[in-house]
Write a protein that binds this ligand. Sequence first.
Ligand code: XUL
Ligand code: CO
Length: 592
Amino acid sequence: MCWILAGLLIEAERWAARPARSPNAGRQGATQIKCAEVTAGPRLGPVSHGSWLERRKLGCVDMSRASVCIRTVEQDDKSDSFFASLFKLDFLFSVGPPTCPAERPAEASRCGDDEWEGEFFPGIPKIKYEGPKSKSHLAFKYYNAEEVILGKKMKDWFRFSVAFWHTFRGTGGDPFGASTKYWPWEDGTNSLAMAKRRMRANFEFINKLGVDFWCFHDRDIAPDGKTLEETNKNLDEVVALAKELQGSKIRPLWGTAQLFYHPRYMHGGATSPEVGVYAYAAAQVKKAMEVTYYLGGENYVFWGGREGYQSLLNTDMEKELNHMARFLEGAVNYKKKIGFNGRTLLIEPKPQEPTKHQYDWDAATTANFLRKYGLIDEFKLNIECNHATLSGHSCHHELETARINGLLGNIDANTGDPQTGWDTDQFMTDIAEATMVMFSVIENGGLAPGGFNFDAKLRRESTDVGDLFIAHISGMDTMARGLRNAARIMEDGSIADLVKKRYQSFDSEVGAAIEAGKADFEYLEKKVMEWGEPEVPSGKQVMKPLRLFHLGAVLMDPIKALFMYCIFFFSSCACFQTCLCTLAHFANKSFR
Ligand code: XUL
Ligand code: CO
């Protein structure tokens, strides 16, 4: 317990004494210090020494998903030592919601205002395309928004979106450690004023990055109030500002309701056994749909945060799934009622985390659910690559499953770590994976009205404001390289040829009869008697990666290209083919 307290104190002290990070942070420090006096100050040290129990204050520092709420009891004491005060502090520690629970926001909301002079990201220019030779970290090397690839501008293939919750509420905290990021504009509160200032930072970021979309959860952007009415009012205020800041071009790729953070949702939202929670979740989604519509959002997402179970022994799975279907039906009806037509409702599958089993396990499970409840025509899927690998599939597999079912609607572009079995939400940097992703997107003819949302966050150790840009630029460049590779490979046609040849026996009369549903078992048995044992050709998997690497190499730098070309050349010698393929695979990996 002691080390937790000490940790909190150190963290709190670090917050108070945190370094100015941006060139204009010194100037902004005044606002922050003022805030610290109102909310953070009394719980940090040195404690102002009044009389014993003179004042009790409830301070709340909220750094998004890891909030530290501390109640201080100030005492009469001669000692000025910070650690001497340690035992007089009464802590409430919670890894709480990114909003202070309803009892606590009032004091915090008096903190500061949303004024901010000058830029939030001074020194960061508007990010431009400079091409592969550029040495700048703040330039695109492969993503060229206006360039046309396979008949569509790059920006229209991607429709890139910034995820508000990671970029502006991410703290770098993990289950073992407190926040590491202290953006200069944050004042340590979850006040309405802070929400508005953060929103201004969001739009400066989006404009400088040069994208047209953003995504949000209702509770990321505005704090909870004491009642639903107060919460909705907070949301309306922030949304009104967002609408103004969006201008005529920027809009949400999607909005969603956060139905997983608040303690009321501990058993789920739509699948909670408590009817009051089901109703609350419905009211929250209703409002989130309204504000998404108001902001010109193009889609609305359902990620079933806690729609699943921890134990089947206390769960009526059939009942919960029926409830979930009723809930989604309610959303479809409300969408129609408010005229949110032409927009897509998306479900985002994820197999586990936070619950041990989530009902929308993967694309196939979700498609089955939608079909069973007659909702298949009302929804599409938002495939997240890190969720795909958590469910034991590749992202490409999930995208293809969605695509062939007519359900591919949007991509949460991120990736996991092969050595870490959880949802690390990293920016994708693997060009081979991005190439596969783009095969599906091209086959699908694009994603609009969906797009690519960077459901990805900075690593805990990346703490500079500039890192936010670098991470997005590298994510966008990786996807752009994927698009360029996939287009090149598809134009070349060799992979398509390989696949076509593999199934050519079905172009025969018998194959055609099977595909048309006209070949019964007796007919097929007769054919086997006539043909005898079938000849089964090679699947040529070894050729596929090799061909991919050869074509991809054209887009790499000349040395890599030469190396890959040599591998390809030598590999045509049949006896070395298999082992050189393996070598090529590893070589390609390490080069990247
Ligand atoms: C959680 C996740 C969410 C959804 C939106 O794993 O991916 O952020 O994308 O609720
Ligand atoms: Co996601």
